[in-house]
Design a protein around this ligand. Structure first.
Ligand SMILES: Nc1ncnc2c1ncn2[C@@H]1O[C@H](COP(=O)(O)OP(=O)(O)OP(=O)(O)O)[C@@H](O)[C@H]1O
Length: 384
């Protein structure tokens, strides 16, 4: 792979590797409050976690639990101009004490070079009237990256690296000539163009057909391993993150309610919401029984107090839970839970529900979109 000069500071070691014991990202008591006519929506409400270099953290939770708002805050992004943000998002190895204090120029330096986001919907994330080569080239050339022939070569390298066959011929294509999977591969190429220390992938496969989802996740994992990049992977699907992530943060109603390494979380979840999510997975339900759902709905994120937000849906609730001010407390090595009764919740009797076939960790070459005017590659009909 062609590399471009990366100005210091960098999280890479002198040998170009990553030090997996070093903390890349430190989030402390992050609160994001969005003004709405109904009152301030506390989309992220006291979220804290750390991420080491080269680590993969999954963030799971139902829709509206604050995953996207939290992840965007990692890049210093706010949902609306009137949004208030408190707490800190620090990148110690990059010399950033809090992204909220960065100037516009500081944020631009952070984005792409140090932290890059892979969006949810590839179909709407590229400029429809600009050629693929130009859009990837712009990412390569940012922050003083290479120009001319060197830039073009790097673009071709990147497209090859994300599994697009015959990348030279893709340079002049427009987004409408690519399938959803090819567009997401292109966005991943843009995200890794500056060799960032952290990739934030917000439900990167949600908009894709189910067969392609595994390929894209496999690609992400393979790149993350090869490049030593840290990855925050947002998903509403616990079975997906459990295949890919070192640790998992479970979010509910704007808060992290449980955080643990993946194996521990699956074997001994210590928050009733995590248990309910696991029990609701199709793989945890015998074939002859109906799928389980978690009764009720999350509360609106306006004016919530310090007590348990899952209370009304919880099958382990007791009267004392109604007044107990929740906080994230340690329940085992690296294991945190917000449940008052965490210590009483033993291991689950569930079959390890999500040990599906491992994802392919090498980029799967992408056959062409049948509508593509670009090529004569074999295997038409496979829409990745
Ligand atoms: N621009 C906005 N204006 C008002 N409320 C917002 C805005 N953006 C997000 N919210 C609210 O913030 C809360 C958290 O939203 P967020 O998008 O982070 O949830 P999520 O867990 O990522 O959901 P999904 O899985 O559906 O993407 C939700 O209640 C949402 O309605």
């Amino acid at each position: 792979m062609t590399t471009s000069a990366r100005p210091e500071p960098s999280t890479r070691t002198a040998a170009g590797g990553v030090d997996r014991n070093r903390v890349l990202l430190e989030v402390r008591d992050l609160r994001v409050s969005i003004p709405t006519p109904a009152g301030p929506v506390n989309a992220t409400d006291g979220v804290s976690f750390t991420l080491r270099q080269g680590e993969v953290l999954g963030v799971v939770g139902e829709t509206g639990s604050g995953k996207s708002v939290t992840c965007r805050a990692l890049l210093g992004l706010r949902p609306t101009p009137g949004t208030t943000v408190s707490g800190t998002v620090a990148y110690p190895g990059l010399g950033v004490d809090n992204v909220a204090d960065l100037s516009a120029a500081g944020l631009r330096r952070l984005w792409g070079r140090d932290v890059a986001m892979i969006p949810q919907n590839p179909m709407t994330s590229l400029n429809p009237v600009r050629r693929i080569g130009d859009q990837v080239g712009e990412a390569v050339g940012a922050s003083g990256g290479p120009r001319g022939r060197e830039r073009r070569d790097r673009v071709v390298d990147l497209l090859r690296q994300v599994g697009l066959p015959a990348p030279e011929r893709r340079l002049s294509a427009y987004p409408h000539q690519f399938s959803g999977g090819m567009l997401q591969r292109t966005l991943i190429a843009i995200a890794i163009a500056q060799d960032p220390s952290l990739l934030v992938a917000d439900e990167p496969t949600t908009a894709l057909d189910v067969l392609i989802q595994d390929q894209i996740l496999g690609l992400l994992l393979s790149l993350q391993r090869d490049l030593g990049t840290s990855l925050v992977l947002v998903s509403h699907d616990l079975s997906v993150v459990s295949q890919v992530c070192d640790r998992v943060a479970v979010m509910y109603a704007g808060q992290v309610v449980e955080l643990a390494d993946t194996a521990t979380l699956l074997a001994a979840p210590q928050h009733p919401y995590t248990r309910a999510l696991l029990e609701a997975l199709p793989a945890a339900v015998p074939r002859d029984q109906p799928l389980r759902v978690i009764p009720g709905a999350p509360p609106p994120l306006v004016g919530l107090g310090a007590t348990c937000r899952f209370l009304d849906r919880c099958e382990h609730r007791q009267d004392a839970c109604r007044t107990w001010p929740t906080e994230l407390v340690g329940t085992g090595p690296g294991h945190l839970s917000r449940c008052r009764r965490a210590a009483e919740l033993g291991p689950t009797a569930l079959p390890v529900p999500v040990a599906a076939a491992p994802l392919p960790v090498n980029p799967v070459p992408v056959p062409l979109h049948p509508d593509s005017h670009l090529s004569s590659d074999p295997t038409p009909g496979d829409l990745s």
